[in-house]
Design a protein around this ligand. Structure first.
Ligand SMILES: NC(=O)c1ccc[n+]([C@@H]2O[C@H](COP(=O)([O-])OP(=O)(O)OC[C@H]3O[C@@H](n4cnc5c(N)ncnc54)[C@H](OP(=O)(O)O)[C@@H]3O)[C@@H](O)[C@H]2O)c1
Length: 342
């Protein structure tokens, strides 16, 4: 029998989720009348948490799976274990699956390719097959790194040409998704940030550490163009896509979603420093590609018009206000307030 991280069976866990809401992180009073059921993989990760919250706040019954960070009321499931995935879907029978779990750090994927391919490709393949078998709508989260970045902007029909193993594994995951589950949607997104548990959880919030090192000069990439996107906006798009796709079977295939503000890491760091009224003159722009790590596209800007034309997009939050929201809990001021009042 499959057990969740609190030692409950899937059905016990589901009943409890129905009664209590997903977890203390997703407020119980937000649960509206039980509606459709969504299963979110990678619910312990940056995007998965935002997706759980978005669906739950809109009346969906949510069940989230994690792995090493699975906590009580989230289900622990190793998605690379085919039997566990089959058992999960058989027992839970979701209407929608939002598949966020992945190894998404390009340098880790280069070093631990077999494990990453098992998760990014083989687990995706199993989930897509099982989703098709149980009639669930399958939404696979992919990346702008499927493109080489030489000829932006990229539409959904443009030819992918990933530069690194991560991009190749995600592209392979897309192909497995559409091969086994032709009614599925692949949603490609660029670099994400959001409500992080630690600032190192996202490449964007990690810049906070550089901004704070004001005593030493610090070089930052000023070559690769990025479109930092708030995970909460992606989560809203996932919900809109899921709700529409259940009524309209023509909603299938590949979609792009991205924020519109183009910035290098250097520009993001300067914007963060300005938002918090901190010095930025220690930040030095670096205009050469870094040699050591996995190759990354210089500019893989996504054309998002397909989503927009179908009225399935959301207005992306402006970078400065969104990043301020996310980093505010890490300011010394906030820590001081917590120490005093709690
Ligand atoms: N973050 C970005 O900048 C970015 C950009 C473009 C696209 N994407 C895509 O967006 C999706 C979500 O990314 P994210 O940033 O939210 O990732 P993340 O924060 O790194 O979370 C990864 C998730 O995968 C789970 N996981 C890892 N190994 C697993 C296994 N063997 N079985 C089951 N679950 C496992 C993790 O669970 P535990 O932690 O509990 O082990 C975690 O919940 C991914 O598909 C990624 O490719 C992300």
């Amino acid at each position: 029998m499959l057990l969740d991280s609190a030692g409950l069976s899937w059905s016990e866990s589901w009943s409890r989720i129905r009664c209590l809401g997903l977890s203390s992180e997703f407020p119980e009073e937000e649960v509206v009348v039980p509606g459709l059921r969504v299963l979110v993989t990678g619910a312990t990760g940056l995007l998965g948490r935002a997706v759980c919250r978005e669906f739950q706040n809109n009346g969906w019954l949510v069940i989230g799976t994690g792995y090493k960070r699975a906590r009580p009321r989230l289900l622990r499931c190793d998605l690379t274990d085919e039997d566990a995935v089959r058992g999960l879907l058989h027992e839970y029978k979701p209407d929608v699956i939002v598949h966020c779990a992945a190894e998404r750090r390009p340098d880790v994927v280069e070093r631990h390719t077999e494990a990453a391919v098992n998760l990014n490709v083989h687990a995706t393949s199993t989930l897509a097959k099982e989703a098709a078998a149980c009639g669930a709508f399958f939404l696979y989260i992919s990346t702008d790194y499927v493109f080489d970045g030489r000829n932006p902007p990229y539409g959904e029909d443009d030819s992918p040409n990933p530069l690194n193993v991560y991009g190749r594994s995600k592209l392979e995951g897309e192909r497995e998704t559409l091969r086994h589950c032709p009614g599925a949607v692949v949603l490609r997104v660029p670099v994400l940030f959001g409500e992080v548990e630690s600032v190192t959880e996202s490449a964007v919030t990690s810049l906070w550490l550089k901004v704070q090192e004001a005593t030493e000069s610090c070089t930052l990439d000023h070559c690769q163009q990025r479109f930092p996107t708030d995970a909460r906006d992606v989560a809203a798009v996932c919900r809109k896509l899921s709700e529409r796709a259940r009524q309209d079977p023509s909603i299938r295939g590949i979609f792009h979603f991205s924020a519109k503000e183009q910035m290098t890491k250097y520009e993001m760091a300067v914007a963060i420093a300005q938002a918090f009224n901190l010095p930025s003159n220690h930040l030095i722009p670096l205009t050469e590609q870094p040699a050591a790590s996995a190759l990354r596209p210089v500019n893989s800007r996504l054309n998002c018009s397909r989503l927009e034309l179908l009225n399935l997009s959301v207005e992306p939050r402006p970078f400065t206000s969104a990043i301020t929201d996310c980093l505010w809990p890490f300011t010394p001021d906030k820590r001081w307030r917590q120490t005093v009042f709690h």
